[in-house]
Design a protein around this ligand. Structure first.
Ligand code: HEM
Length: 515
């Protein structure tokens, strides 16, 4: 054997052994070590199967509970959406471990410990797991939602000003403008004899338009096209990420992967066109800035030199995609569930409408009005409690930490079932599954310890104030123009596919109000 062959064979062997060790360590040794450390502290759970962990058990339980619609509009939905949580918390107690493939996840519902985990103490020691990042790699990449450590810190500081103070208020004008268009479309639908509308579709389109204006103001039409492609990309990446728990599965060629790649390239090509045209406008002196929208702000940032952090074009595109993803479907769902709740609770609908009409006097809502609408605020909170759009919060721990009385080893993923916490009788009282906005009377957000629809701590939702302002504007305008009742054809079937959705949409009968 020649020297070259020996060298090549030994290089291959070293490489092979290394890959084998990393795979074994990642899929077997580390998870088992974590299991042992937690079992020694009394935290146990169902026995995992090799590679698939408890995924098949979860899938079987879920397919049983969600295979049919609910028989009435009942808000007791934890057993339907988290049957595994209900089963295992009964068997193993409040804290238990289950396995997402070979990733051990500890379910945590103790709110003091959750607040500690989400506090600034652990911002760098916890974050998004490799599985989460891989699952969304071709969709939102390493934008704010998926970034960790210093990358997250820099990105958060760059975008935060767009969602605070006067900048936040500057979004009101086009939020009202976009809502007016939706109201017109709903008037057309109601007056053309359509007996019912699926309100969720209208609201998703509306929040999509609003986020397109926030990000791409002057390039709004092209922005809308990008967002349409992104919606398709989101559906495809969700489907393809189901197999990620199998070692090496991300390297197998598949129909999804090809389509995902093509769509991603098309989205980024369109974004680059907008970026190039903005850059050219500044270079030839036609405009002095890159624009007042989010894209303009990010473009200006990408020109700055910073120590150890560079805001690349790829990151700029990832950020735009992230904000579209995080910022429109969640708000549309908050609105859709709120309309469903008001349509099934006519007394509250009347009460909130009376408040809106007395404060806004039939005019479009403005920033001065928001603090004068406590009933609307309470209804929005109750909707977020019963149907939190982001109903699960996963956090991976990157170094050994101490949390309450527990030692949490590096590599354990902590799983916070927000939905179960929001529906806990122990925390909210006997009427926990009833729509009762009164429970929020006189309580500011900061005092609500068990209420976490926007997560908590430094890594909470950056768009929280934006979303609440948007929701108030849209609901106030809807309530001023229409009264609505739930259609007899509405089928109550909440499902959890990344976000908490009504499976068949929300069908309502609209009656235009003559004010
Ligand atoms: C009702 C509407 C909304 C709900 C319920 C919601 C909920 C959440 C939650 C629970 C998180 C934490 C997720 C996690 O760390 O795993 C989050 C993060 C985030 N949200 Fe929202 N969100 C809403 C609207 C918005 C809007 C309107 C925007 C932008 C315009 C937005 C942008 C983001 C971003 C960028 C993050 C990542 C923040 C970070 O990691 O620093 N969200 N949101």
């Amino acid at each position: 054997m020649g020297l070259v062959t020996i060298l090549a064979t030994s290089t291959f062997l070293v490489f092979f052994l290394r890959v084998a060790w990393v795979t074994i360590s990642c899929y077997y040794v580390t998870p088992r070590r974590i299991k042992r450390v937690m079992a020694n502290q009394g935290v146990r759970g169902p026995e995992p199967r090799f590679l698939v962990g408890n995924l098949l058990d979860v899938a079987a339980l879920l397919s049983k509970t969600t295979s049919s619609n609910m028989t009435s509009v009942d808000h007791d939905i934890v057993g339907r959406l988290l049957p595994h949580y209900v089963l295992w918390s009964k068997q193993y107690g409040k804290r238990f471990i289950f396995w997402y493939g070979s990733e051990p996840r500890m379910c945590l519902t103790e709110t003091e410990m959750i607040k500690e985990l989400l506090s600034s103490k652990y911002t760098h020691a916890s974050g998004k797991s490799w599985l989460q990042q891989q699952g969304s790699k071709h969709f939102i990449g390493r934008g704010l939602l998926m970034a960790n450590g210093d990358d997250w810190f820099h990105q958060r500081h760059i975008v935060a000003p767009a969602f605070m103070g006067d900048k936040l208020k500057s979004h009101v004008g086009y939020m009202v403008e976009c809502t007016k268009k939706t109201i017109e479309a709903l008037h057309v639908a109601a007056e053309s004899g359509l007996s019912e509308v699926e309100i969720g579709g209208y609201l998703t389109q509306l929040t999509g338009d609003i986020i397109a204006r926030t990000e791409f103001d002057s390039s709004y039409e092209k922005g809308k096209k990008i967002f349409h492609l992104l919606t398709c990309l989101q559906a495809l990446t969700a489907q393809s990420s189901r197999h990620l728990c199998f070692p090496g599965s991300r390297f197998f060629p598949s129909k999804f992967r090809r389509e995902i790649k093509n769509l991603k390239m098309e989205v980024e090509r369109l974004m680059m066109e907008i970026v190039q045209s903005r850059r050219e406008c500044v270079e030839v002196g036609r405009t002095s800035s890159y624009g007042n929208d989010l894209l303009g702000m990010l473009l200006a940032e990408s020109q700055k030199k910073r120590d150890g952090f560079s805001f690349t074009l790829q990151l700029l595109m990832d950020e735009c995609k992230t904000f579209f993803f995080a910022g429109h479907e969640t708000t549309a769902l908050l609105l859709t569930w709120t309309v469903m709740l008001l349509a099934t609770n006519p007394k509250w609908q009347e009460k909130v409408r009376a408040e809106v009409l007395s404060v806004c006097g039939g005019a479009s809502p403005s920033t001065d009005h928001f603090s004068k609408l406590p009933l609307l605020n309470m209804v929005i909170n109750e909707s977020l409690r019963l149907y939190p759009p982001a109903s699960l919060l996963p956090r991976m721990v990157f170094e050994d930490i101490k949390l309450g009385d527990l030692h949490i080893p590096k590599g354990l993923s902590i799983w916070i079932p927000v939905l179960a916490i929001h529906h806990s009788e122990e925390l909210w009282g006997k009427d926990v599954n009833e729509f009762n906005p009164e429970r929020f009377a006189g309580k500011p957000f900061s005092q609500l310890r068990h209420f976490m629809p926007f997560a908590a701590g430094p890594r909470n939702c950056i768009g929280q104030s934006f979303a609440l302002m948007e929701a108030k504007i849209i609901l106030a305008m809807l309530l001023s123009h229409f009264s609505f009742t739930i259609s007899p054809n509405y089928r109550h079937a909440p499902v959890n596919v990344l976000t908490l959705k009504p499976k068949h949409g929300v069908l309502v009968k609209l009656k235009p109000l003559r004010l």
